[in-house]
Write a protein that binds this ligand. Sequence first.
Ligand SMILES: [Zn+2]
Length: 680
Amino acid sequence: MDRNPFFEDWTTPFGAPPFDRFRPAHFAPAFDRGMREQIAEIDAITGSAEAPSFANTIEALERSGRLLERVGRVFFNLDASNTDAALEAIARDYAPRLAQHQMRIALDPGLFARIASLYEQREHLELDGDQLRLIERYYLRFVRNGALLSNEQKQRVAAISERLASLYTAFGQNVLHDERDWALILDEGDLDGVPEFVQSATAQAAEERGMSGRYAVTLSRSAVEPFLTFASRRDLRRNLWEAWTARGAGDNAPIIREILALRAEQARLLDYENFAGYRLDDSMAKTSAAAEQLLLQVWRPAKAKARAELAAIEAAARADGLNEAIEPWDWRYYAERVRQAQYGLDEAEVKPYFALDNMVQAAFDTAGRLFGVAFRERNDIPAYHRDVRVWEVCDSNGGHVGLFLHDNFARSGKRSGAWSSRYRDQENMDRPVAPIVVNNNNFARGDTAAGEPTLLSFDDVKTLFHEFGHGLHSLLSRVRYPSQSGTAVRRDFVEFPSQIFEHWMSTPATLRTYARHYRTGEPLPEELLNRLVAARNFNQGFATVEYTACALIDLDLHRAAVAEDFDSGRFEQDFMDRMQVPKEIGLRHRLPHFQHLFAGGGYAAGYYAYLWAEVLDADGFAAFTEAGDVFDPELAASLKAIYSAGDTKDPMELYRAFRGREPTIAALLQQRGLAAPRAD
Ligand SMILES: [Zn+2]
């Protein structure tokens, strides 16, 4: 076998992963050696004859597991962005083994004794603020993992973690396989109403599936939504909708039941009433009641707004000769008609102004104006797929900040949705380490053979900016310790840097400069821009309902008692009935493919985090509009401090330092068009 690149120093520019050298066979030996090395490092800490100190315990822990970290980052990023049968098999094999390894460290009594002793003396150790917080976080993390339990209970929480890791892997692989195996294959005659740019993307998708000359609508969101918006063939919209919302339905129900039951058991072992209580105890919201209260504050006005939207949609459908009830596969199609009528806005007229490359440039330049960073493409650094572009990020003095990988197109072997991740975290414990960040989107690629660029919808551009905001949180990180780097903050704070960045996408300043027609290069006409801005709250009832319903059912699921006969399909239906979720809208993610909750643990009882953070981002962006300059340098500098702080400080403390006060919900209600009309 060739030499294993994980056992060598990487001589690529900036020590980027040598993607051209990785083979599936390299991962298992690297994982194995990585785990062995970390166990030896932990044994050295616990076996030390010296009394515990910050350096010989906490810093030594931060330094442990370097090899495992390196192989894990490469493996799990590739498995998400560009997987195949070989990587999937490794994921099934190693997910439980890695969970077992982590729990072995988390439940090591000798290690916890040292951490607890430091925690007790922490006020007398003359530590800096970031070090003090690091000790407190370590202590809490160990306790939350079960360090205070009896041996028998410890064995059980370890077994639960291991089993959950396998279930998460299986859930995600089932969804991916359903998405890979299904497409709506069409001929030219089936495309009534579908504008040229959507045809071009579906032609490209058919081409990639070896069906040149035909059209394929795949199950990625950015392929499905345009077809549902434009296709006048109701039967085809229905076929597509049914396949889209059935993803995971074949295999994932028993997995959901087992995951929920294990989480409930884990929470009880740790002395919480339910998993939501356990999860939210370590969050800004603190309790599921607080999160729910925020959700309900938008739920009622959102439903009222959606009812008004439905009335307009029904009128449009009647005018079109449809005399049946509106179904979920009709909403986007008739909403688009209503939007055209009310605002004179036609998605097909707008979209040619949103070419992917221009919007990427807009995101880069916005980061430049706000935070003083610049992006230069590097063609000398290998990526893992020909679609991926590699950028070097520099500061205003030309100093190296990090690398940014942009992976924008949908393809089979790539998880759906959009996400930001890292191949390497920024840190500066022993020496400065620059971050390597990746953004994944699932845009439908334009027909490149025909010279058509990739055109984005307004929502796609928002997603692009959102993930880029996460990317900046990782890139601008300026911390000392690896486990405080960038996005390592509370889950309900991590969406703040991403969501506030979305605001710059829709400001007139950005639209005027970057929204240019892909053929003529003409800027977006001013009156079209005005109509776009005027229509900003259009369909927000729908968008708020489909999101908030998911956030509410997530909390309900993680507070529920899960008996043997628990049926997630029935639970979903009961929830829809009880909350009176409009059936014409439904859930943004149905449970069998709700990957936030079941393909990992990160957003379980945490899907509310988007709205929680929106209170902050709406209120925070208002600071810029109040200042009369969305690029106000002073405000930008104090916002940058949040992106740079990672988890070195309490999130609300960071927010107050930026805004001068705590947030209020007013700006959020305003931004979603849900504010109660003024009494005067
Ligand atoms: Zn996000």
